[in-house]
Design a protein around this ligand. Structure first.
Ligand code: AMP
Ligand code: MG
Length: 538
């Protein structure tokens, strides 16, 4: 039997050990990797938004999406007899410290399904009630954080960045009490459920937990499962040598993680809580909590108020933290490898690859054409300096990162008037008073060097511009835009939510009618909750 024409398939629960306790209460779960749990029924479910292309990927017709079965299933109000929802058990390092068992405290996997063209996908409800991993919390999510998850995961996908997807967003009809800044100002908010979709929700922390518990059998089962299910090419490549297979798996995770962070740096995304339980083994962006998007370029910026002191997860630290997290994963799988040198080598290579890919990414952002190998080395050296000087300039006076790069694509060097060159960029500066003459001097010098560099490439301005506009988005989910959509949605007006959802499908296109969504952060949003300050409370 199947439901909504979905092809159910559940290797995770069939092949891996289950928690023998079936009652739903908070506890430590040993010797098993998941617990069966039913989503909570909700009084008045209401569908707010659906991602058309995730729906299409899963094979839902428009009429199915509008039907009652769809809403009941994806709000957790109906569970077909032949599936058995479950919460996953994992641990993690939070803010640099081992936190023990965490697990899906507010996520319940409904089932895995086989799709026609997109392999197998797991359907997961976020905010569908408590699980054995909820500890003292309620397992629920509010509309505010669910809109942020829904919009951002879809925006990320359309930017070309690996991510979990979001199929649907529903209101539950429940009121959920939240103290947004943990300061004694609790208030009732609207409850909501997002259905997230990914081929795997396994995290670094899924592997760390059995390792910390010295349960080598379970550790091996999980790694073997991840390889077989998510990295099947490694089984064929390293059939005879298990240790080599594990190392290849770790190396591939390191590679994917590196690529992911480079993408985040390219578009100005700050995850905000890069704890190891929020790091996906398949290299996707996962767990959209107190994330933020860079408005003014600032490597020290973190949107997460919980991290305001330490700034562990600030924009510029994401590469370093990813490596730290990989180090924890390496420690966890050490018992399967029994040799540290090959693991260390992969970790050291991470820094090398990161540097190299960062340079390539910056070259693309700046529209450099690097096909000319004869001059490449010489240019790389000069290029690196251009990149670093640019970062200094962008940080010194508040400069909107996204707007700057779009303006740069349109820049035509005018060596007669320095003022004209600088005036071309006036839209990306936040300060209203004139820039100091010293700053103008340096900015102008940088533009001159940049102009020389692109002239050496000898490619048509239109070609350079098109290439740059493919890597420098015009539209990102600016923090204040998401907050505006939330404020309206909380009053029952979903217009901005839908507009943003549509505009962010084509983030690199001009879309003139929506130019206002590309404008820099307005002054009122500078220090406003939800726009620049977010907490883990969701
Ligand atoms: P996060 O910071 O969102 O990655 O969450 C860290 C841990 O806290 C995970 O194990 C979550 O499942 C759990 N958690 C966060 N919020 C809730 C909630 N409202 N109810 C239950 N568990 C939660
Ligand atoms: Mg999490």
């Amino acid at each position: 039997m199947s439901f909504l024409a979905l092809q159910f398939d559940n290797p995770f629960t069939t092949l891996l050990p289950a928690d023998s306790e079936t009652l739903n209460y908070p506890r430590q779960v040993h010797d098993s990797v998941y617990s069966s749990v039913m989503p909570k029924k909700t009084p008045n479910p209401q569908l707010v938004a659906v991602s058309d292309d995730v729906a299409e990927m899963l094979g839902f017709s428009t009429s199915q999406q509008q039907g009652d079965d769809f809403l009941k299933f994806f709000s957790g109000n109906y569970v077909p007899e032949d599936i058995s929802p479950y919460a996953m058990c994992y641990g993690g390092h939070q803010f640099g410290h081992w936190a023990g068992q965490l697990g899906d405290g507010r996520a319940i996997n409904l089932t895995q399904v086989n799709t026609l063209n997109h392999g197998s996908q797991v359907l997961q409800l976020k905010g569908a009630g408590p699980t054995p991993y909820s500890r003292t919390a309620d397992g629920l999510a509010v509309l505010r954080s669910s809109i942020r998850e829904f919009l951002c995961s879809e925006a990320m996908f359309h930017l070309g960045i690996p991510t979990t997807r979001a199929l649907s967003l529903s209101l539950t009809g429940d009121q959920v009490v939240r103290d947004m800044f943990y300061d004694g100002n609790a208030k009732a908010e609207l409850g909501a459920v997002v259905c997230r979709v990914s081929s795997s929700f396994m995290r670094f922390g899924s592997i760390e937990l059995p390792a910390y518990r010295k349960d080598k059998d379970l550790l091996k089962q999980l790694v073997d499962y991840s390889i077989k299910h998510d990295f099947p090419e490694l089984v064929i490549e390293h059939q005879a040598n298990e240790v080599k297979r594990y190392l290849a798996w770790f190396e591939e995770i390191a590679k994917r993680t590196c690529k992911l962070i480079i993408h985040w740096m390219r578009v100005g995304f700050v995850h905000g809580v890069m704890n190891t339980d929020n790091m996906s083994l398949i290299g996707e962006t996962i767990d959209y909590g107190p994330y933020g998007w860079i408005d003014n370029f600032d490597l020290n910026w973190t949107p997460n108020t919980t991290d305001a002191q330490g700034k562990r997860y600030s924009f510029g630290k994401q590469g370093e933290i990813a490596q730290w997290n990989l180090f924890q994963l390496a420690n966890a799988i050490y018992p399967l490898i029994a040799e540290s040198a090959p693991l260390e080598k992969i970790l050291n290579n991470f820094s090398k690859h990161y540097q190299q890919q960062w340079r390539e990414m910056m070259a693309q952002k700046l529209g450099f054409h690097s096909a000319d190998n004869t001059l490449k080395e010489q240019r790389n050296e000069g290029d690196e300096q251009l990149f670093l000087e640019l970062e200094t300039l962008l940080s010194e006076v508040e400069t909107d990162m996204t707007i700057f790069y779009r303006l740069l694509a349109d820049f035509n060097y005018n060596d007669v008037t320095r003022a004209n060159n600088i005036a071309h960029f006036s839209d990306c500066f936040y300060q209203t008073e004139p820039l100091s003459s010293e700053y103008q001097e340096r900015f102008s010098l940088w533009l001159q060097h940049y102009a020389q560099r692109i002239q050496a490439d000898n490619i048509a301005q239109s070609v350079r511009k098109a290439a740059m506009n493919k890597v420098n988005p015009k539209y990102v989910l600016r923090n204040y835009l998401a907050q505006q959509a939330i404020t309206l949605a909380e009053q029952g007006d979903y217009s901005q939510l839908h507009e943003l959802k549509n505009v962010l499908k084509k983030p690199y296109d001009e879309q003139v009618a929506f130019h206002h969504f590309s404008e820099k952060r307005p002054e009122w949003a500078r220090n406003k909750a939800g726009c620049s300050m977010l907490s883990c409370s969701s």
